[in-house]
Design a protein around this ligand. Structure first.
Ligand SMILES: *[C@@H]1O[C@H](CO)[C@@H](O)[C@H](O)[C@H]1NC(C)=O
Length: 433
């Protein structure tokens, strides 16, 4: 019996190590520039945690690869053997909050006392963003998370004196560098205690949710100087009615976000709403509706009932899940359009249907990925190459305000796409005015 258990443990350990090696092989291969490698010294980690405890600063393990490997093999533990943490290539990352770091300056002096060389990085506007700690082994990395008024966590890109940047670059893999050199945003998460490799650490409570959130965390702020330029050029001069529309449209977008977040359906700002964000960091006051995009793979049959439960009445349903699905809801005279996107080779498209004639249209975009942004206090997604998406939709003169727009002919990316058969129409065209 005992023998069997031992065998199981040994097999588990071997399997765990093979898994970790596979994960890190990926990192090795993707980091041909890494010239300097040193092993993690587990004692450095212990000292970091101690400094945090002494100063009441919570250091949260923030490495998605290690967290995932540990979660999947948490039962593998061999006294005295460092299975998870020591497999890191480059710096091992922990997170601290900006507020704790600011309120507990003793933390950094404690680290220096314990023998760490502390290298600080700040954003151009003076916010602490990253800290690298060098002691005996490979460096430790502290990423500073800032709680935003909108209720999510911001991680600032790594910028700093060229010399310090070059030092960090020596130690880091290409993947890790690509992540650290951009702004990122995370959902708030709770933490719990966990013993990993014999060390008492703090980890995100829901590791899988954290890992998933981590994977697509790139953040791009709205370009305020472009918005200022636009407003100067076009004299921001809104009527009372336009201001009322903007308020209602914002409420509708916020409600859609709440519902879709609960359904775990990712969405992004599309069409006019995206144009307003990109051009003027605002809702276009004469837009009439709110537009969002959703990948068809994320569609769920619970979507329409959930919207209706919250008082959003469905007014249009065009197409079907296998082709050109499009939904519209209405609240307080403002329409919410949900365009479903289909991937086809290097393009992504959404469909359109003319209710009167049954004619089909197709709006074709170069394939895109999602980034986070903050739009009027809401954390929402946008296509990362935002301008490419907007140009596909509105052409090169997107910066010029246009009030006349025909969805069947104006967009440069519109294509005719046949028509629904008369026998299909009852099924694919639903209009309730
Ligand atoms: C903001 O927009 C202006 C004008 O389009 C552009 O020149 C500038 O590079 C943009 N800034 C950033 C950070 O993208």
């Amino acid at each position: 019996m005992i023998k069997k258990k031992r065998l199981a443990i040994i097999l588990g350990v071997v399997f765990g190590i093979i898994l970790l090696d596979q994960l890190y092989l990926h990192f090795w291969l993707s980091s041909p520039n890494t010239t300097f490698q040193r092993h993690l010294d587990i004692e450095d980690v212990r000292q970091l945690i101690r400094a945090g405890e002494d100063a009441s600063v919570t250091t949260i393990l923030f490495d998605p690869v290690i967290l995932q490997a540990w979660r999947n093999n948490a039962d593998v533990a061999v006294p005295g053997v460092c299975i998870f943490l020591c497999h890191v290539i480059g710096p091992l990352t922990f997170a601290v909050t900006a507020a704790q770091l600011r309120d507990k300056p003793v933390f950094l002096s404690r680290l220096a006392q314990l023998g760490f060389t502390v290298t600080l990085f700040d954003t151009p506007d003076g916010k602490r963003s990253h800290i690298f700690l060098f002691r005996h082994g490979s460096p430790l990395h502290l990423t500073v998370l800032e709680m935003t008024p909108a209720g999510y966590l911001r991680q600032h890109s790594l910028t700093g004196p060229p010399h310090n940047m070059a030092v960090v670059k020596q130690y880091i893999t290409k993947d890790a560098w690509n992540q650290i050199k951009v702004d990122r945003a995370y959902e708030r998460f709770s933490t719990r205690d966990a013993k990993i490799d014999g060390i008492d650490l703090t980890v995100p409570s829901d590791v899988m949710a954290f890992v998933q959130d981590y994977r697509s965390a790139q953040y791009m702020p709205c370009n305020e100087s472009r918005a200022t330029f636009y407003n100067l050029k076009h004299m921001k001069d809104e009527t009372a009615e336009e201001v009322r529309f903007k308020h209602k449209a914002w409420k509708l977008l916020a409600k859609a976000k709440t519902i879709l977040d609960q359904l775990k359906v990712p969405f992004w700002l599309s069409s006019g709403t995206l144009l307003g964000f990109y051009r003027q960091c605002d809702i276009i006051p004469w837009a009439m509706d709110v537009d969002i995009g959703v990948f068809i793979e994320d569609y769920t049959v619970r979507l329409i009932p959930e919207f209706e439960k919250r008082g959003l009445i469905i007014t249009h349903k065009f197409g079907r899940v296998s082709d050109s699905l499009e939904l519209s809801f209405k609240e307080e005279e403002v329409k919410l359009d949900i365009f479903f996107f289909y991937t086809e080779g290097a393009t992504m498209w959404n469909g359109g249907t003319q209710a009167k004639t049954g004619k089909k249209f197709k709006y074709v975009f170069p394939a895109f990925t999602m980034c986070w942004t903050e739009f009027l206090d809401l954390k929402v997604r946008i296509p990362c190459h935002t301008e490419e998406y907007i140009r596909a939709n509105y052409g090169l003169s997107w910066f010029t305000p246009i009030k006349e727009w025909d969805w069947k002919s104006s967009p440069p990316n519109v294509r005719e796409n046949g028509e629904w058969l008369p026998s299909e129409r009852a099924d694919v065209i639903f209009v309730k005015e």
